[in-house]
Design a protein. Structure first.
Length: 175
């Protein structure tokens, strides 16, 4: 019981020194040591404007090139309050489609370019052709994947960078 009380006391006592957000996780800095995205967002007019109990902005983006789709560039910046007010049904549908290990492996394969049904059968644990088509149907109904022609599938271009960001964020636990 004493151990539980000690843990509760530690949780309830404010830390002597607050950790900076930047001290958690990989160091997202430029070679000169600057937090370029965080600095840019902090200097944005209205960055400290509070709405619905939250202030600040988030940003993410990226650039990829593959032999089939060519270059994809994408960036988003949104007020934190807008993210919190977003349609959760759409977010849940997208995240649920990615929430199965086989579907996530299919998306990972398509991040390398469009794939045929036969190509995707090589994805580990994809199962039978019927099972694979079930997973593709789930990804298509969530708008993540598009069917180019019969038995040819690709990630929708507007989802390439967001899928990479989600995979990177989920597979990079805080240090």
């Amino acid at each position: 019981m004493a151990a539980v009380e000690a843990r509760l006391d530690a949780l309830e006592d404010p830390p002597a020194e607050r950790q900076e957000l930047g001290s958690v996780g990989p160091t997202p800095t430029t070679p000169d040591g600057r937090w370029w995205i965080v600095e840019r967002l902090a200097n944005d007019p209205g960055a400290n404007e509070q709405r619905n109990g939250v202030a600040g902005h988030i940003a993410f983006g990226g650039r990829t090139v593959d032999g089939q789709a060519g270059e994809t560039v994408w960036q988003v910046e949104q007020a934190a309050a807008d993210v919190l007010d977003a349609d959760l049904d759409a977010a849940a549908s997208f995240l649920a489609a990615l929430g199965h290990p086989v579907r996530l492996a299919i998306v990972r394969e398509m991040l390398r370019g469009a794939r045929t049904l036969e190509d995707l059968r090589a994805v580990e644990a994809s199962g039978t052709t019927g099972r694979l088509q079930h997973h593709l149907r789930e990804l298509r109904s969530a708008g993540v994947v598009t069917q180019i022609r019969r038995n040819d599938y690709a990630l929708r271009r507007e989802h390439i960078v967001p899928c990479l960001v989600l995979i990177a964020a989920a597979s990079s636990p805080p240090a």
